[in-house]
Design a protein around this ligand. Structure first.
Ligand code: FCB
Length: 466
């Protein structure tokens, strides 16, 4: 037994099913840099990161991990790891700078080159269309709280399907619309930094609509066999006690944290309890006839990003809160156990709980872990080694939880480790390192951490050693 994995150690290796996809994940703004090259215009993160006090240390994504200029080197890292798949995102302002009109050739060329080189390396490209970098011009026109942004997104999806449809295996419309809507427009800790409960709920709906419009556009243009998906950061919500007030707190967070997306996308409905909880904020009249039908266009898999569980009790949370309609009913408690450098609790059981829930709630929907990983205060020692045993323990425990969920009947098809490289961790800037490859941001030198060597072994043997 270890502190990180309370279950007895197994003595047989944990093999994953044949065909299981092994990947790493990144996002455009977090790694690309080249912020003003070849016609790219500012995204909301370029703007937000320049507002004093919003991002630690005043860091920006101007240079990041300079991936834009180091594609081949980074693909070579993935070859060394032996990954089967690579999840990256397309920077909307790089390919369609104003969020309108034709694509910029050089922007598309970058992604053509990336996907071509991936395919030459035998790695499946998995592209996310939106990982939070909205063209600033669209924010200036109202951003995600406005319906027009969803329409713009549908057109951008069509454009990308046209340009890269023959190269990308899986398309993910959105990454974590919860964070984009509720941290971006509710608590304001993410770009664009607005603090309005109403704006956050409107944004959430327009993300659902945007997802549906993009799914439709992708289906219309993609060759047969391409897959369309959506990635959510579902919350593994646990009530502190079984008292009715604590159970109600958990229900509220499940509504505004999970079902606000799951119900429209998979059932074409709005959660009734969410509508009730948020009645003081809105009557939801911005949801128009047909929107929920559009949002629920069938998709091929659901991506899940999981880092740690969420423990709640009756109470209230400080303003400005991302939890529209729940802020005066819920308080958040620290889950017990060890923590990462983000101060996030390490608890792999939460991932198992989520997967088993989805097995029951969404039968027939294949699941993919599109992000999982941990930040620790890594450094290269004088011998040039990066020892990160805590990350290895975290990853091992979470992969074991995925394996257990598969044994329990969850249809999990793949695992993408967050992240390939140390990168720009949003409001934390470069102060938090999630990579399994260390990046020295002064020289852009890449170094495999011990966890990268470990992950290469996991992939080579198709699972965890005994
Ligand atoms: C997720 C984001 C990803 C990364 C990890 C740590 O919420 O999707 O970009 O920042 O957290």
């Amino acid at each position: 037994m270890t502190a990180l994995d309370p279950r007895p150690r197994t003595t047989t290796p944990l093999r994953f099913p044949a065909g299981f996809r092994w990947g790493t994940a990144t996002a455009a703004y977090q790694i690309e840099g080249a912020a003003a090259e070849h016609g790219r215009t500012p995204s909301i993160w370029d703007t937000f990161s320049r507002v004093p006090g919003k991002v630690r240390n005043g860091d920006t994504g101007d240079i990041a991990a300079d991936h834009y200029h180091r594609v081949s080197e980074d693909i070579a890292l993935m070859r060394r790891l032996g990954v089967t798949d690579y999840r990256f995102s397309v920077s909307w302002p790089r390919v369609q700078p104003t969020g309108r009109g034709p694509a910029v050739r050089q922007g598309l060329d970058f992604y053509r080159r990336l996907t071509d080189e991936l395919r030459e390396a035998g790695i499946r490209p998995v592209a996310t269309l939106y990982h939070w970098d909205l063209p600033q011009e669209l924010e200036d026109a109202g951003g995600w709280p406005e319906r027009e942004t969803a329409r713009r997104f549908g057109e951008y999806a069509a454009l990308m399907a046209e340009a890269l449809g023959d190269r990308v295996a899986t398309w993910t419309t959105l990454n974590e619309p919860w964070c984009a809507a509720f941290l971006g427009y509710g608590s304001g800790v993410h770009a664009p930094g607005r603090t309005s409960a109403l704006a956050s709920l409107r944004a959430a709906h327009h993300f659902n609509l945007a997802h549906g419009l993009a799914t439709r556009a992708l289906r219309a243009a993609l060759p047969a066999g391409s897959e369309v998906s959506l990635t959510l950061n579902l919350h593994a919500v646990r009530p502190h006690t079984q008292a009715p007030e604590d159970l109600d707190a958990a229900r509220r967070i499940d509504a505004v944290g999970n079902r606000v997306f799951l119900d429209p996308v998979f059932h074409g409905t709005l959660p009734e309890d969410l509508v009730r909880d948020t009645a003081p904020v809105t009557d939801w009249s911005f949801v128009r006839d047909g929107d929920l039908r559009t949002a629920s266009a069938p998709i091929d898999s659901l991506g899940i990003n999981y880092y740690s569980p969420t423990v709640v009790a009756a109470g209230s949370s400080p303003a400005p809160s991302p939890w529209a309609g729940a802020e005066r009913h819920v308080r958040f408690l620290p889950a017990p156990g060890p923590r990462t450098a983000m101060d996030w609790p390490v608890d792999a059981n939460g991932l198992h709980e989520l997967l088993v829930r989805l097995r029951d709630d969404l039968p027939g929907v294949p699941l993919v872990i599109t992000e999982n990983g941990a930040a620790y205060d890594d450094y290269a020692d004088p011998e040039g080694q990066v020892k990160d045993p805590e990350r290895v323990a975290y990853l091992r425990a979470h992969l074991a939880a995925v394996h257990r969920a598969i044994e329990d009947g969850a249809d999990v098809r793949g695992y993408f480790l967050w992240s390939l490289l140390d990168n720009f961790e949003w409001a934390y800037g470069y102060s938090k390192r999630f990579g399994i490859v260390h990046v020295d941001f002064a020289t852009q030198r890449r170094t495999f951490k011990d966890s990268a060597h470990w992950y290469a072994g996991v992939i080579a043997r198709g699972g965890l050693e005994a």
